[in-house]
Design a protein around this ligand. Structure first.
Ligand code: HEM
Length: 672
């Protein structure tokens, strides 16, 4: 079986190269047969990689420990669920898994009706298959999950305990879907440049891909944060770790891309920007995978140390150089159709949005790779810590938050400052009143927090007014009740109002960040049985935690679980029990601290068992109050909903696209 898996992967690698080469030749010679042959090869690649994935899953489930990868990431005691998901629990499997997702995306594109896109499709195949060939090449030559050990181990070493959490089970696939998804718009962008179809056809065609990829990337980031919060036991969710940052950077470039393409569609401007943004998103996606998988910058995630770094580096350099050369070559084709009419316009606000996001992306990229640069240039690894990122990015985040409220109220082309001022009156009033109330009677004295909450209220009010305006206009003109008017408004303008829903999600996330960042309270005490500790927050209230002793928890697999029994009161009233635990993984000889939480919409009381003496006569607990932290996760759900609304197929959009594509000169390669 392992040999079969390896052969399937090797064949897939060869066929991916074949598909890429034949697609170029087919497009150049305008040969439908060659393009069709490339397409068939690309489809076969997906079939072969699927076979390889099925085989590795079979080996994991049946416990074929002679296979080195199976030995490293699973063992007999692991429940079947963890055996299946161990596919992405280690480097070699992750790369195969990445390739599999990539091949599915590539196939999904190929199986769609090519229509006016047929001229672009051979080049789309080239990019997707070259990317795929690179990843498959890594699997075949350096990170082979089918490699066999020279002995027959009776059991495996088991999955890294940190990864045994369902947040970590779904976080990698979701993040990978985001990463892989962005290869598609990039492939279309390169195809558009190559064929000189630099209008907005490629953008319209890939918008939904980009949005869905963006949604997965966003959710992947949030799931990673949630896993860190739930498992790592340090009371926080985002540590500006290089691996976290590696996923944030593509997000910070993809988000302005989603906005800036709206400018190209509406006004024919920013073609160069959009190309540059999607190219940088792709490069950063590969860079992110490189950082995660090569372990070049040590971090909590550095379990992925390996020798594949230089290969990744080479691939990134080649793709970047080729894209850049093509970009410069087609510079004139990317000239805008229109000029910027006024600095007081939606276009100008979008431009500023672009600058803010790319500024953020640069800061985060630079800061997280600084250890690499400093080591290369000065032979000293200088690590840039969270204070750097917080101080440098906070003003930009604040500006983005405010701009998000202003933008919907600013018309395209040319706006009057007076009208914008009038529209902003109520949002500004709302923000000011909330800031004053929070400062005077709400006990919020930290200026950063007052401003943060005030900006959130400003933008939330501006966004809700937009919904209100639209719904009441329908109510007046169509006589619909308000709920019906609102539902129809959203259904008829999915893109816009879905986008605003995403903005509301960002506001909720911002509330969570501001609350937990400025008002987190921490306390640590050693308690004897029957003793209690107090943790107090000026904005939340007072918790008392009483310790009742330790007990052995259920130990289902290769773990010993020790549970601490605590009862909690909140402002003097009983508020339930908490059971923070310590797990000891026998095979890895590794302890893990799992916190327990009392979660409400206002805050989390988060407690960890830091240690104990004897059989638990005394134990040390660390407790945190994290105000508003749950709004982060609620924001994630709203974000998903908003993206689905924005991405939901809109029949009118299709009509627009058909009308538009009729103007495009006929494609030369009728392959389908
Ligand atoms: C973290 C911050 C932000 C996120 C995550 C975000 C995300 C999004 C997304 C995903 C869409 C839907 C795009 C589509 O359907 O194609 C959207 C729409 C929109 N965004 Fe943002 N955005 C953010 C900040 C901003 C800022 C700073 C501005 C100011 C220029 C802005 C202005 C808009 C506008 C005007 C729309 C609606 C476009 C339309 O009418 O079709 N957004 N946003």
């Amino acid at each position: 079986m392992p040999n079969l898996g390896y052969i399937a992967t090797t064949l897939a690698f060869v066929l991916a190269i074949y598909a890429a080469v034949v697609a170029v030749v087919g497009a150049r010679r305008r040969s439908p047969e060659l393009v069709a042959s490339a397409r068939n090869a690309a489809l076969a690649v997906t079939g072969l990689v699927t076979i390889a994935v099925i085989i590795i899953e079979y080996l994991l489930i049946t416990g074929h420990y002679q296979t080195k990868y199976v030995y490293e990431v699973s063992n007999r005691a692991a429940p079947i669920f963890y055996r299946i998901t161990a596919l992405w629990g280690g480097q070699d499997g992750s790369l195969l898994f990445w390739s599999w997702l990539m091949s599915i995306f590539a196939t999904a594109v190929l199986l769609r009706k090519w229509g006016p896109m047929r001229i672009l499709m051979p080049y789309v195949m080239v990019v997707t298959q070259v990317t795929l060939a690179f990843f498959l090449g890594l699997v075949v030559f350096v990170a082979n999950p089918f490699e066999q050990l020279s002995f027959f181990p009776a059991d495996g070493a088991g999955l890294n305990p940190l990864l045994r959490h369902w947040g970590m089970i779904i976080h990698p696939p979701v993040l990978y879907l985001g990463f892989v998804g962005f290869v598609i718009p990039y492939a279309f962008a390169i195809a558009a440049l190559t064929t000189r179809q630099t209008g907005d056809l490629w953008i319209r065609t890939t918008r939904r891909w980009s949005l869905i990829a963006w949604m997965f990337l966003s959710l992947g980031l949030l799931l990673g944060a949630w896993w860190a919060y739930d498992v790592l036991g340090w009371g926080g969710y985002w540590g500006w770790d290089p691996v976290e940052n590696a996923s944030l950077v593509p997000w910070l470039i993809a988000t302005p891309f989603l906005h800036s393409v709206i400018m190209q569609e509406n006004r024919g401007v920013l073609k160069r920007w959009n190309m540059a943004l999607i190219m940088m998103t792709f490069v950063m996606v590969i860079w992110g995978t490189f950082t995660t998988r090569s372990g070049v910058i040590s971090s909590v995630h550095s379990f992925a140390q390996s020798a594949i770094g230089p290969l990744f580096f080479g691939f990134i350099a080649i793709m970047f150089t080729l894209s850049f050369v093509l970009y410069v070559w087609r510079w004139d084709d990317l000239k805008s159709d229109n000029e910027l009419d006024s600095f007081v316009s939606r276009e100008a606000v979008f431009l500023l949005n672009n600058l803010l996001f790319t500024g953020l992306a640069f800061i985060v990229w630079w800061g997280s790779n600084f250890p690499l640069f400093s080591e290369a240039l000065m032979d000293e690894k200088i690590v840039v810590g969270p204070p750097f990122f917080e101080k440098t990015t906070a003003p930009l985040w604040a500006a983005i938050l405010i701009l998000m409220g202003i933008a919907p109220l600013v018309p395209w082309r040319k706006a009057s400052l007076r009208r914008i001022g009038n529209s902003l009156f109520w949002p500004a009033m709302g923000g000011m009143v909330v800031m004053i109330l929070l400062y005077t009677i709400g006990g919020i004295k930290i200026i950063g927090a007052v401003l943060g909450f005030g900006f959130c209220v400003f933008t939330l009010t501006a966004t809700l007014i937009e919904y209100w305006r639209g719904a009441s206009a329908r109510h007046r003109s169509h006589g619909e009740s308000y709920p019906v008017a609102l539902a129809k408004l959203i259904a008829r303008n999915r893109r816009r109002y879905g986008g605003y829903l995403i903005h509301i999600a960002i506001i909720l996330i911002a509330l969570g960040v501001v609350g937990s960042r400025f008002y987190q309270v921490e306390a640590q005490r050693n308690l004897a049985i029957g003793e209690r500790m107090t943790i107090h927050s000026d904005v939340v209230g007072t918790y008392e935690i009483t310790y009742h002793g330790l007990r052995d928890g259920p130990s289902p697999d290769d773990r010993f679980i020790t549970e601490a029994l605590l009862t909690v009161t909140y402002n003097g009233k009983p508020a339930g029990e908490l059971i923070p635990t310590r797990e000891f993984f026998v095979v890895q000889q590794q302890p893990m601290t799992i916190p327990d939480k009392r979660s409400t919409l206002a805050d989390d009381l988060y407690v960890i068992l830091a240690g104990w003496e004897g059989s638990g006569e005394t134990a040390t607990f660390k407790a945190y109050i994290n105000p508003l932290v749950n709004w982060l996760w609620i924001g994630g759900l709203v974000l998903m909903l908003g993206t689905l609304v924005a991405a939901w197929p809109d029949p009118q959009e299709r009509t627009r696209r058909v009308t538009h594509s009729a103007k495009i000169p006929g494609g030369a390669v009728p392959a389908k």
